[in-house]
Ligand binder design. Structure first.
Ligand SMILES: [Zn+2]
Length: 435
């Protein structure tokens, strides 16, 4: 019998079937798991602590399956440009100036923003990964992190060293923060890492027993060179180098043809849809309904804050449902429940992390959404509200691994004021150094 319990009391609960029931949720804070969901689950259990969910909806903690969390320092730094020019003229020169302390500050800023908007797990590709891990450890959420490898413009030795670093970081930090941090080997994309080194990354990930994460088929400029040079589509090329596996998660998947979609389904490879980033950079519209129809698991990601420009996954939920309809030319495509699945169980499955479901035995990762706001009245259909009307600021409590990270909109694990102030100062200094 668990002796350190927390009762999330008197709310309604989103079930794994994506319907809503009146229920309490009893958590085991030591094990970090959900003990029971239902009415009267606390009877006889006498919980050690309570979290008031009255007037609220208890949902699985949201999963932001693709981001570059420390890019919050570059929020609003450069906008309104296509991907290639935006990266080369603005983002990469600024990132070259980022110090480890900057990455720590940017990661904390992004993490505070995610906790406040109900996200409890994220997938992160960046550099200075040890600082990102420290921020995660302090903040209490969970993540799958990795060092992003770019080999263009590097000589062979420097390029190989970058691949080695991604593998070494994955080995060193897998299981950190009491197991809340898991890792992956993360070549940046199929066009920014040359073939021999993609193969080394794949081998390294297999030996380390960790997944591969990369950007794929984000823009036509990423697809055409591969088709021209190799006479095959990027996902087919990825398969040739051994990159597609059940644990692999690919960011974007915007420009996919039917053969590629079938190949992703056959390999059980997941796709992280980043609708806001795709719209902002005019990358295109991912075929989300077709991916669903083919049986591909699709998760949601904000991508970095510089291409979004926030890390509120509720915005992504709405964008995914809306853009999915536009892309399919069908208002019935990507319905609310499908979008909610993408943000919860789809994300957990894509990252191979616990969470994403409110049920006995699952990880105690959840958020309580306050339903009192005028923009959430009336409440005909709460699943519809989650997809179309709820905002991140409606989240009242956030819990990860059985630990309360935010109670009544106050983040308990990080000092929000200090985090924001530090990030502001460092962003100003960074911009000055980059000029
Ligand atoms: Zn990205």
């Amino acid at each position: 019998m668990a002796t350190n319990t927390l009762l999330v009391a008197d709310g309604r609960v989103l079930t794994p079937r994506v319907d809503v029931v009146d229920a309490d949720v009893l958590l085991d804070r030591d094990a970090g798991t959900i003990l029971a969901v239902g009415k009267d689950v606390a009877t006889g259990a006498d919980p050690d602590a309570r979290l008031d969910a009255s007037g609220g909806l208890v949902i699985p903690g949201l999963v932001n399956a693709h981001t570059h969390v420390a890019m919050t320092l570059l929020r609003g730094y450069a906008d309104d440009k296509p991907l290639d020019a935006w990266l080369q003229e603005d983002i990469w020169p600024a990132e070259a100036e980022l110090t480890a302390a900057d990455v720590r500050a940017g990661a904390e800023l992004g993490i505070v923003e995610m906790i406040r908007s109900g996200t409890t797990a994220f997938g992160d590709m960046y550099f200075h990964v040890p600082e990102v891990v420290e921020a995660i450890e302090a903040a209490g959420l969970r993540a799958r992190v990795g060092h992003g490898v770019v080999t263009v413009g590097k000589d062979e030795a420097a390029a190989r060293a970058d691949v080695r670093e991604s593998i070494e970081v994955a080995l060193e930090y897998d299981g950190a923060a009491d197991g809340r941090v898991r890792t992956a080997v993360m070549p940046h994309s199929l066009t920014t890492v040359r073939e021999s080194l993609l193969r080394e990354a794949v081998d390294g990930a297999r030996d380390a027993g960790v997944p591969i994460h990369t950007h794929a088929n984000e823009t036509r400029d990423e697809v055409d060179p591969i088709v021209d040079e190799r006479g095959e589509r990027p996902v087919e090329y990825a398969d040739d180098v051994g990159l597609l596996a059940e644990s692999t998660f690919l960011a974007h998947g915007v420009h996919l043809d039917e053969r590629e979609i079938d190949l992703l389904a056959a390999r059980d490879t997941t796709v992280v849809h980043c609708p806001a980033s795709n719209m902002k950079l005019a990358s295109g519209i991912a075929p989300v309904q077709r991916l669903h129809d083919a049986g591909v698991t699709v998760a949601l990601g904000t991508d970095g804050a510089a291409s979004n420009n926030d890390l509120d996954l509720f915005d992504e939920l709405r964008d995914a449902a809306m853009l999915g309809k536009l892309g399919a030319d069908d208002a019935a495509a990507v319905p609310a429940a499908a979008a909610v699945r993408m943000a919860t169980s789809g994300g957990a499955d894509a990252l191979s992390l616990p969470g994403g479901r409110i049920e006995a035995g699952a990880a105690a990762d959840l958020a309580v959404v306050d339903l009192d706001a005028p923009h959430l009245a009336p409440a005909h259909d709460l699943v519809s509200h989650l997809a179309y009307a709820v905002r991140g600021s409606d989240v009242r409590h956030t819990v990860c691994d059985g630990r309360v990270l935010m109670r009544d909109r106050e983040v308990l694990t990080l000092d929000t004021e200090r985090v924001v102030e530090t990030a502001r100062k460092r962003a100003v200094d960074l911009a000055a150094r980059t000029e």
